[in-house]
Design a protein. Sequence first.
Length: 96
Amino acid sequence: MCLGVPMTVVESDGFTALVSRGPETRRVSVLLVGAQPAGTRLLIHIDSAVRVLDPDEAEAIDRALEGLAAALDGRAFDHLFADLIDREPELPAHLA
């Protein structure tokens, strides 16, 4: 399984960007998304930025990843999925 991870641009030269997530920093390709200013959240997959994320989407992905780590560690995680608790699953419009 492969995951895309939200990371924040520290600096960019137009072809690559130095991005960070917590203590980790790495240089990634930005050829698919173009040059981005510092502070932009990007979805990183296999050292390439594949999409610019809006703040709400980046936060939702961060919460999901934190929830997965908490579940694997045996810690409480319900608070990280508050928007999903006590509601029925919904099909996307194109599948309804």
